[in-house]
Design a protein around this ligand. Structure first.
Ligand code: BGC
Length: 354
């Protein structure tokens, strides 16, 4: 993991994370023709492609943001995710849309090193290339990263776990990648968050965003460590998978579960009392803003678009919300206020007593 990436992530705010250096260098390397370009693109001629990492409820939420922006702004959009982490499929999809000379591509690189050459190729073809959800390499061609400050968010998760475990216990970690920077930074942040406690963190296991493998791995960790006190689900589907494993092992309340994201199955886990806390990303916003900024880049130029969208040092930090049984109702009220769709409700629900 890059020390420079980590160094920027200081100054943690609990609910809304401040913008910090992450992914692109402080001054993203913008090709001159793109930086100065002010294409007189009419919205109807703009086509934005967003490439995710897996077929999962989290990515459906990103897609909803992409679709909404496409409709609101009159821009043609395409959303594609491979079924699970698949670097070759991401590269192939980039190639397809480079050949079509689309206006812009937003990608969540499953392996930032492996994706960088094709991202560069797209930029050289005059396509606006940005990243969302998962940061690119440090000196990337990506014009902006739109997503979570993963180191800071991981640290929130670690501090939450430290509180739940009262400072000691053994914790298992499930994640979907050993290369994607968001997984690595969340792990790093989590470890920073439990620093100074007696919590022991087991080596993270990698399921490559395959839920069936994730369940086998969670079951084996629980079986191998009868004294397991906590579990940390790094990707959106990991939390519900751990919840299933914990319920099957009859360990609800004995194994504290902290996870990421707020898909319906995670919220159901919080409502049931098997998920103790989750760090909710704002993935709908990531999708929406990716389309919005590419449209602005095409119409007003890169620098104007970055300024108008409030990018700082090549990053638009979408922020996180920490959800526990105690904060779930206010989280729902926030979503409703912002008009963000969700297919769960707290109506008639009472927070679990423990
Ligand atoms: C991550 C994504 C990942 C997804 C899987 C999210 O927490 O931000 O990168 O693909 O989980 O569902």
């Amino acid at each position: 993991m890059r020390s420079q990436l980590l160094a920027g992530f200081i100054g943690l705010a609990v609910l809304c994370l401040v913008v910090v250096a992450c992914g692109p260098t402080a001054e993203p390397s913008v090709p001159v023709d793109l930086a100065t370009q002010k294409a007189a693109s009419a919205p109807g001629s703009i086509k934005v492609v967003v490439i995710g990492k897996s077929v999962a409820p989290y990515w459906s939420n990103v897609e909803k943001g992409v679709d909404a922006a496409g409709q609101d702004l009159g821009v043609e959009t395409v959303f594609f995710s491979p079924s699970k982490e698949d670097v070759a499929a991401q590269i192939q999809t980039m190639e397809t849309y480079i050949a079509q000379r689309v206006t812009g591509i937003a990608i969540a690189p499953s392996d930032p090193q492996a994706l960088e050459p094709v991202m560069r190729k797209a930029a050289e073809a005059g396509i606006f290339v940005i990243t969302l959800d998962t940061p690119p390499v440090e000196d990337s061609i990506s014009l902006v990263y739109i997503g979570t400050d993963n180191l800071a968010a991981g640290e929130i998760a670690g501090k939450t776990m430290a509180r739940l475990l009262a400072g000691s216990g053994k914790v298992g970690i499930g994640r979907g990648s050993d290369t994607a920077l968001n997984a690595l930074q969340r792990t790093e942040g989590f470890i920073a968050g439990i620093a100074g406690t007696d919590i022991e963190v087991l080596e993270p296991v990698n399921d490559k965003e395959d839920p069936a493998i994730a369940l086998q791995l969670a079951n084996s960790i629980i079986a191998a460590h009868p004294d397991l006190g906590g579990a940390f689900g790094i990707y959106a589907y990991n939390g519900p998978i751990w919840a299933t494993a914990i319920k099957e092992a009859d360990a609800v309340g004995r194994i504290q579960l902290v996870c990421f994201d707020a898909t319906s199955d995670i919220i159901n886990g919080v409502k049931e009392g098997v998920i103790d806390a989750t760090v909710a990303q704002r993935e709908y916003d990531m999708g929406y803003k990716s389309v919005q900024i590419i449209k602005l880049m095409a119409q007003e130029g890169v620098e104007a678009a970055l300024a108008e969208m409030g990018a700082q040092d090549g990053v638009i930090d979408t922020g996180v919300d920490v959800i526990t049984p105690a904060t779930l109702e206010s989280y729902e009220a926030t979503l409703d206020r912002k008009g963000i769709p969700h297919d769960w409700s707290t109506a008639g629900w009472e927070p679990p007593s423990r």
